[in-house]
Design a protein around this ligand. Structure first.
Ligand code: NAP
Length: 317
């Protein structure tokens, strides 16, 4: 008789996020307030009315308020021009109320293909809490102190706190975006992993991924990573956030009778990752979606904002 498959240990990003926010960041914010007479300030710019962005922004504002920040939303209508966005960022750059500025992506397509980069370029480097601006990226690549992109730094935080060894291990990152894949690979490299980056042109993706001790999927394709991508016992980090609205797509991930299928029928949509649930039978550890990487991304935004505030107030003007 074959033994039952090992079920991967679930890496609970939500629980870790609550712990870091409540037990580590909030007391430091309280100390900051008593020292400087004001809280760290975070300004979030939201352009247009993207429903997913509304949810992300609401969660970021809620977490910001929860740790004791001043966290404000600056809205611009979908009809705003790139000049309007740049003017708002300029005002926030000069405001003494805000230590961190985040412009929620995606920006409306009407602003042009290079709008996001032009906006990131315009954020004052010391307030770049998303870590997307060129100075932040350059410092991060050189492994110097920097405001580092929140999703990859949250993943490192999770791996370290879960005592998953990185040094000397083979890490494979699927995805090469500027906000997740590339910085993820660089942070793993800085921690002495041997790193492979895969993308849409990588031949025999599954075979490359099967070499990974740590596999990070940052693609945006529901259930792309199946069992045959995963070496037994590997750690699998699922960054993907895909909203399924099609029953057949949900059924490809969950068998009849699965509670998540029932949830889909109730809500008409379901948030799933890039990793197929069957991977839990092979992996040693796995982040769930939701409740894995997402909450840590927000937590690292809080960490960056506090760090930015401390740096700004300790730098002579
Ligand atoms: P992105 O900019 O669209 O990049 C996706 C990457 O995946 C690209 O490098 C692309 O390759 C690669 N790719 C696409 N199809 C592929 C395939 N079939 N095989 C191998 N590689 C493939 O996306 P992103 O901004 O990095 O985000 C990735 C996912 O993470 C999305 O689902 C997003 O919603 C999610 N996300 C989650 C969080 C969080 O906090 N949990 C934060 C950010 C993003 P090419 O470069 O060759 O096109």
């Amino acid at each position: 008789m074959t033994p039952d498959p090992i079920k991967a240990r679930l890496l609970d990003g939500q629980a870790l996020a609550v712990l870091i926010q409540q037990q580590e960041i909030a007391p430091q914010v309280a100390a900051f307030v008593s020292r400087h007479g004001r809280p760290p300030g975070l300004a979030i710019v939201l352009v247009g009315e993207n429903p997913a962005s509304e949810v992300y922004v609401r969660n970021k504002l809620k977490s910001g308020a929860g740790v004791g920040f001043r966290a404000d939303l600056e809205r611009l209508p979908a009809t705003a021009t790139l000049q309007d966005v740049l003017a708002l960022v300029d005002r926030l750059n000069r405001s003494p109320l805000y230590d961190g500025i985040l412009v929620q992506s995606p920006l409306p397509k009407t602003l042009g293909a290079d709008a996001a980069q032009r906006v990131y370029d315009s954020i004052a480097p010391e307030k770049d809490v998303d870590g997307f601006a060129p100075e932040s990226v350059g410092r991060m690549v050189q492994n110097r102190p920097a405001l580092v992109a929140c999703t990859p730094s949250g993943i490192i935080e999770l791996l370290v706190r879960e005592r998953i060894p990185i040094a000397g291990r083979h890490a494979v990152v699927i995805g090469r975006s500027d906000i997740v894949g590339k910085p993820m690979a660089m942070l793993l490299l800085h921690r002495d992993a041997t790193v492979t980056i895969c993308h849409s042109k990588t031949p025999d993706l599954a075979a490359v991924c099967r070499q990974a001790d740590i596999l990070v999927a940052a693609v945006g394709r529901a259930g792309l990573v199946t069992k045959d991508f995963v070496k037994p016992g590997a750690t699998v980090i699922d960054v993907g956030m895909n909203t399924l609205t099609d029953l057949a797509a949900v059924q490809r991930m969950y068998p009849d009778g699965h509670p998540r299928l029932a949830r889909f029928r109730e809500k008409g949509s379901l948030l799933v990752g890039d990793v197929h649930p069957e991977v839990a039978d092979v992996a040693g550890a796995l982040t769930p979606v939701p409740g894995g990487v997402g909450p840590l991304t927000i937590t690292m935004l809080m960490v960056n904002t506090l760090r930015a505030a401390q740096t700004i107030l300790s730098t002579p003007r």
